[in-house]
Unconditional design. Structure first.
Length: 322
């Protein structure tokens, strides 16, 4: 049977760059044959909204993809106080690494409105959300029909066995638990990529050295970003976890991942359980699919192959947005 979805597949990336977000963006930009990146919406998360927006534009500049609009979204969580992750991603959010290329400017529309509009205008739209879920939650509150219009939603978030910002909670969910709960309860049936999956594919110092040695295209900058990330979070572990790039990989290389239906719940009560994600795999009313297994060597091999072979050319026929 032929795949009825548009090809290349339209994709909106909702993110808070963030080093692993930047790697996810580069991976998406590296496969124009499979993905048409129709926009990037940014949200406060790893660092402030002004920094995540600037970083999305910087990565766009590095990738020489000026035709992709960047829309700034929500500057704070729905109810919570922001808790940034600059210890992990650096004060600027990209490890202090300087990136060549022209970042360009922000698109005029708000990220939430862009999300609503793109779901209406782009049949078959996939959304990969790799930051706190504030933009998506506000879009769903504003226009509930957004839930029907997103063909596929992949979310990096949650940790079933353990958290990474508190013992119970993963960062993206903890930053805005009310938003995560809103999205989980909206009937979108997201594919969740939790820490339990992302921790299965650590990026080692040796992999980064090999990428740096390649010296072509975006490889030197991607290696510098990963080196900064590894220095902050990878040295006392098997390596650094490229959570957000894995979420992108789940969309484009589904054959590398095992998914199971589950009923998800997000705890929003105050106290040590706030932000915990619970998955009931025995439920007869699943509201999500959870990535429970992966071919880690194949994921990492394909990711690094893409980062090494990135052409860095502007596709023909795309106007530069005003
Ligand atoms: C998630 O939190 C952020 O720090 C990363 O960018 C990723 O999206 C991992 O918990
Ligand atoms: Ca992120």
């Amino acid at each position: 049977m032929t795949d009825p979805r548009p090809h290349p597949r339209p994709l909106l990336i909702d993110c808070d760059p963030g080093i692993d977000d930047a790697i996810a963006l580069l991976l998406a930009f590296s496969m124009p044959e499979a993905l048409e990146v129709t926009g990037i919406t940014t949200v406060a998360g790893n660092v402030s909204l002004s920094s995540t927006s600037r970083n999305a534009m910087r990565v766009r500049g590095l990738a020489a993809r000026p035709e992709v609009p960047v829309f700034a979204g929500c500057p704070r969580p729905m109810l919570a106080q922001p808790v940034f992750a600059d210890d992990v991603h650096g004060v600027d959010g990209l490890g202090g690494v300087s990136l060549p290329g022209e970042p360009g400017g922000l698109a005029a529309r708000h990220g939430v409105d862009a999300l609503v509009e793109q779901t209406a205008d782009r049949p078959g739209l996939a959304v990969v959300a790799v930051g706190p879920l504030t933009n998506l939650a506000v879009a769903l509150v504003k226009r509930p029909e957004v839930a029907r219009r997103i063909e596929t939603l992949v979310v990096m978030g949650g940790g079933l066995a353990h958290g990474n910002i508190t013992p119970a909670a993963e960062f993206n969910v903890f930053f805005d638990p009310e938003a995560a709960r809103t999205v989980v309860e909206a009937g979108l049936r997201p594919v969740l990529v939790p820490l339990d999956a992302t921790h299965g594919a650590p990026v080692t110092a040796a992999m980064i050295d090999e990428l740096a040695a390649c010296g072509e295209g975006v490889a030197p900058e991607a290696a510098a970003l990963l080196r900064a990330y590894h220095a902050n979070v990878g040295t006392d572990r098997p390596g650094a976890y490229v959570h957000d790039a894995m979420a992108l990989a789940v969309l484009v290389w589904p054959e590398l991942f095992e998914r199971r239906p589950a009923r998800l719940q997000v705890r929003t009560d105050a106290g040590p359980e706030r932000g915990r994600t619970l998955a009931d795999f025995a439920s007869s009313e699943p509201n999500a699919e959870v990535v429970v297994g992966l071919d880690a060597p194949a994921f990492l091999a394909r990711l690094f192959e893409r980062l090494r072979g990135f052409p860095r050319s502007v596709p023909a026929g795309h106007p530069i947005p005003a």
